[in-house]
Design a protein around this ligand. Structure first.
Ligand SMILES: CC(C)(COP(=O)(O)OP(=O)(O)OC[C@H]1O[C@@H](n2cnc3c(N)ncnc32)[C@H](O)[C@@H]1OP(=O)(O)O)[C@@H](O)C(=O)NCCC(=O)NCCS
Length: 218
């Protein structure tokens, strides 16, 4: 076995040890996107399903269309109402009349349940959370296709950067963060049962602000 093979084998062994410990540990990668680059994002590496449309809904005026769209994903109206009241936006992708994917964006703080911490955002930051591609539509490039217009919309509104967190073992989403040109800025190791959190490589210029208190509503 040559040294490259040995390196890969060691890496895989390390990953499988972490994976086995998953019920105890959480490994979340935090990605940042510099919104100045949003206009340069290419359409995507593969064409979206024919008839895909994306709309961005925000504010209580959009409660009815958002509830109608997200009922296909069984999201309770009370959660949608709370999020829209807080000022969150939701982007929904439809293929014809069928909900194919959605993603939420929030602007002040967000509860990261996997590590039991609140991430506090700066004024010019937004965070993308609760992203779902409906099972029937997975593997068709929708996560990228939905995120691109969201990033471009935020850039037009003069936000400077977006953040997102992804479980290290969610290979599909990890691939898409990189494909979208996002930069991994930190890996957060945590032991939720013991309320312990270690952010690794926390960027010194704009460190992540993590609080243990839960926000008023999640
Ligand atoms: C993660 C998720 C959003 C990816 O969405 P998506 O639009 O299907 O992503 P893509 O079509 O770009 O697929 C990403 C990669 O996973 C692969 N993939 C997607 N679905 C797959 C499937 N069912 N089986 C095997 N591979 C699959 C794709 O081939 C692609 O890899 P490639 O570029 O090497 O071909 C979606 O799987 C999902 O909603 N998962 C559950 C919720 C979740 O994890 N949300 C994200 C939290 S950060």
């Amino acid at each position: 076995m040559n040294s490259a093979d040995l390196g890969i084998r060691n890496k895989l062994m390390k990953l499988s040890v972490w994976k086995a410990l998953q019920p105890l540990f959480s490994l979340q990668c935090v990605f940042a996107f510099d919104l100045a680059l949003a206009s340069e994002l290419p359409f995507g590496t593969r064409p979206l399903p024919q008839g895909t449309t994306v709309s961005i809904l925000q504010g209580l005026d959009d409660l009815e269309p958002a509830s109608a769209a997200l009922k296909f994903a069984a999201m309770p109206r009370s959660i949608i109402k709370r999020r829209l009241t807080r000022g969150d936006a939701v982007a929904v992708a439809f293929v014809g009349k069928e909900l194919a994917a959605y993603t939420w964006v929030t602007f002040t703080e967000v509860w990261i349940s996997e590590i039991r911490r609140t991430l506090v955002l700066r004024e010019d930051e937004a965070v993308q959370f609760d992203t779902l591609v409906m099972p029937r539509w997975r593997g068709r490039g929708l996560q990228y296709g939905l995120t691109r217009p969201v990033l471009q919309n935020l850039a037009q509104r003069e936000y400077r950067r977006t953040l997102a967190w992804v479980n290290l073992f969610n290979q599909r989403s990890m691939k898409n963060q990189i494909r979208q040109g996002k930069r991994r800025i930190s890996t957060i190791i945590s032991v939720p049962a013991l309320n312990l959190v270690w952010p690794q490589n926390n960027p010194p210029d704009a460190p992540l602000i993590l609080l243990s208190a839960e926000p008023e509503f999640i």
